[in-house]
Design a binder for this molecule. Structure first.
Ligand SMILES: [Zn+2]
Length: 208
């Protein structure tokens, strides 16, 4: 693994820890430079995840279920994982087909991180006849999301692109993630102020 220098890591201890774990995942994926986009679908197999396309499960769903999953509740779920492994050891994951590629990449990356970070799912919580399936505890969820986001948008590449004057939209397109994820990364790595300043400068020059 390439050793990261002090100035190649974000300023806070927490963000550094996430960055190092994310870098290990990128190294494992065989990415050579920090600005190379990571494709989670190519990594899923190594995390023993079988990504089923929603079309494949469609024949097993009732009209009512389809309507709920794809219309009424389409913003209430991003993906689903079957916690019991299949006979070949892989876990089945289904991604919300109404979400664009950008959101699917972040959802899948989070699931991959749970596996690589060795998170153990917590038990199903059943209350009032209702099954509340909480997969992991909030601390572990935060780690998986943060490491996943850092693997998708590495700090050094993000900093370089900000210096080049790129917008969050352009950076998002490059890494195939949402603009929200890029701006979240700017904030947690303390690059946000610089990004705003540069964009303001740019607008000022354009206006003169
Ligand atoms: Zn999760």
């Amino acid at each position: 693994m390439r050793k990261l220098l002090q100035n190649e890591l974000p300023p806070t201890q927490k963000a550094r820890t996430y960055e190092l774990k994310a870098q290990a995942i990128r190294d494992f994926a065989g990415l050579e430079s920090d600005d190379e986009p990571l494709n989670p679908f190519a990594l899923a197999n190594y995390a023993k995840l079988l990504v089923a396309s929603f079309d494949e499960i469609l024949p097993f769903l009732s009209e009512e279920t389809k309507r709920i999953l794809l219309e009424e509740a389409k913003n209430s779920w991003s993906g689903g994982v079957c916690l019991k492994p299949l006979p070949d050891g892989r876990k089945l994951i289904i991604l919300n087909p109404t979400h664009g590629e950008n959101r699917q990449n972040a959802t899948l990356m989070e699931e991959i991180c749970h596996v690589f970070l060795g998170h153990k799912p917590s038990k199903l919580i059943i209350s009032d006849k209702e099954m509340k399936a909480r997969e992991y505890n909030p601390k572990v969820e935060e780690e998986a999301y943060s490491v996943g986001a850092a693997a998708l948008v590495p700090y050094t590449a993000l900093r370089k692109m900000i210096h080049q004057g790129k917008t969050s939209k352009e950076i998002a397109q490059h890494f195939r993630v949402s603009r929200d994820l890029v701006e979240y990364r700017m904030k947690v790595t303390h690059l946000w102020d610089e990004y705003i300043k540069r964009n303001k400068d740019k607008q000022d020059t354009q206006n003169t």
